[in-house]
Design a protein around this ligand. Structure first.
Ligand SMILES: [Zn+2]
Ligand SMILES: [Zn+2]
Length: 295
């Protein structure tokens, strides 16, 4: 099985599906089974397609620097015998899959939680939350710094435990598919949201409804949200207001604005305000818009 998954043909197919498959198949499913009726053509759509296909890959470069630094550090410090280092290299494929899913879930949950709770990180993550209409194309709207910070902890664990490369690639492809699915305007079974981040579950995360602010941090499986009390998944109702209507839909401005906002935050409220969110003066989330009761 591992040989099949590791083969260049499988990798090529998964790459094609990630690049062109899910991106254009899921919008078709959105038309067939919409959660809410909304038009395919929307403001910010071109911007989101550019986010999907721009090849700057600065986030990948940042991540490569991270991983290279870690591997060099481990080597130079004679750390071949560090506990469990490389333990997945010879493990059964089932253990590899289990470890990949667990590492993916834990690192995503923690990185996502921090990107909401730490004000300067929020300014980068805010780009992803700026979409006022949510569909699968909005999945790609990410600041490159945000994307790099989300991926870095996972890559460090992969570099350390060394799971099978074929299975790692399969997991990354699955995560790519599920990210597009969970942002999709798709109606699916309600029970799915009790163990996976389905479209309805993740819509609450993007919503401006006060009761859902800083909830539902998970991607794919969502048991950590239920364990740590950050799940919000009412049986009835679908959120209907998202994002910030005055945030730019221009990818260049979206990449520049967080730096300006962080600079202004430090200038007006001091360095501490960029690192620690004062719950009394919640500056990290946009003000919920008026009339946002989608239930
Ligand atoms: Zn978020
Ligand atoms: Zn999202």
């Amino acid at each position: 099985m591992i040989e099949l998954l590791s083969s260049p043909t499988t990798s090529q197919w998964l790459t094609i599906l990630s690049m062109y498959g899910w991106i254009w198949i899921i919008p078709l499913i959105e038309r067939l089974k919409p959660l809410k009726h909304q038009s395919f053509i929307r403001k910010g759509m071109v911007n989101d397609v550019i986010h999907t296909y721009h090849r700057l890959h600065l986030h990948s470069m940042i991540n490569i620097v991270f991983v290279t630094w870690m591997l060099t550090y481990l080597r130079e410090n004679g750390t071949q015998s560090l506990p469990y280092q490389g333990v997945l290299a010879d493990a059964h494929w089932a253990w590899n899959m289990f470890a990949l899913l667990l590492m993916g879930h834990v690192t995503f949950y923690v990185a996502h939680l921090l990107s909401h709770k730490i004000p300067f990180l929020w300014q980068f993550h805010r780009v992803h939350h700026s979409s006022v209409k949510l569909d699968s194309l909005s999945t790609s709207r990410f600041h490159i710094v945000d994307k790099a910070l989300f991926a870095a902890p996972y890559l460090i664990l992969v570099a350390y435990f060394q799971p099978d490369p074929g299975l790692t690639f399969l997991y990354i492809s699955f995560r790519d598919f599920w990210g597009r699915y969970s942002h999709g305007n798709i109606s699916d079974a309600h029970w799915l949201g009790y163990f996976m981040s389905n479209p309805k579950f993740h819509r609450w995360h993007h919503s401006n409804h006060p009761e859902a602010i800083d909830k539902n941090f998970s991607a794919e499986f969502n048991f950590l949200d239920y364990i740590f009390g950050t799940a919000y998944y009412p049986k009835d109702g679908i959120p209907d207001t998202f994002g910030e209507s005055d945030y730019s839909n221009n990818i260049l401005i979206q990449h520049l604005r967080p730096f300006i906002d962080i600079f202004r935050l430090i200038q007006t409220q001091g360095l501490r305000s960029a690192i620690w969110k004062d719950s009394a003066t919640n500056t990290a989330k946009p003000t919920p818009q008026a009339g946002n009761n989608g239930q």
